[in-house]
Write a protein that binds this ligand. Structure first.
Ligand code: ZN
Length: 148
């Protein structure tokens, strides 16, 4: 995981710190954006409009999102890190099946900008078009996969 975290951090023009689920209480409760890195150990089926039974294969994925409500990034990441929940967002299907997770909070950041930066790395590509980006007019997707 360290290797992929380093690859992502190298794409950012600021220094930021990764947190594991155990470190959730140290994460800022400010509003902002975040990068969620997760590993799937087995294939996961995703149902999106226009993607009937799309399947994500085992590997590493980077998702970018934002939380600007009360509780900020910490409250949102607490939701992502929790394995038992009713799936509400696209990303919930992945976090419920993740074998490992880590997050990089970016207070006052922008999820589209983060996505764009990670995508500049030759090690990442769009995982599924339209994933997590229904409200976004800029990005093809907010989920990237590592290229194997
Ligand atoms: Zn976007």
């Amino acid at each position: 995981m360290d290797h992929i975290q380093k690859q992502i951090s190298e794409q950012l023009d600021f220094s930021a710190c990764w947190f594991t689920p155990e470190e959730i209480d140290s994460i800022t409760n400010e509003g902002g954006a975040y990068i969620l890195l997760l590993r799937l150990a087995k294939p996961v089926k995703i149902n999106l409009p226009g993607h009937v039974h799309h399947q994500l294969l085992p590997g590493w994925f980077a998702y970018t999102g934002s939380a600007r409500n009360k509780g900020g990034v910490r409250a949102r990441l607490k939701h992502h890190f929790r394995p038992d929940k009713k799936p509400h967002w696209h990303i919930d299907r992945l976090t419920m099946n993740a074998a490992a997770m880590a997050a990089l909070p970016v207070p006052a950041g922008d999820e589209c900008n983060l996505l764009c930066r990670i995508l500049q790395s030759p090690d990442f590509s769009i995982a599924i078009k339209g994933f997590g980006s229904s409200d976004c007019t800029i990005c093809e997707s907010h989920l990237l996969a590592t290229i194997k």
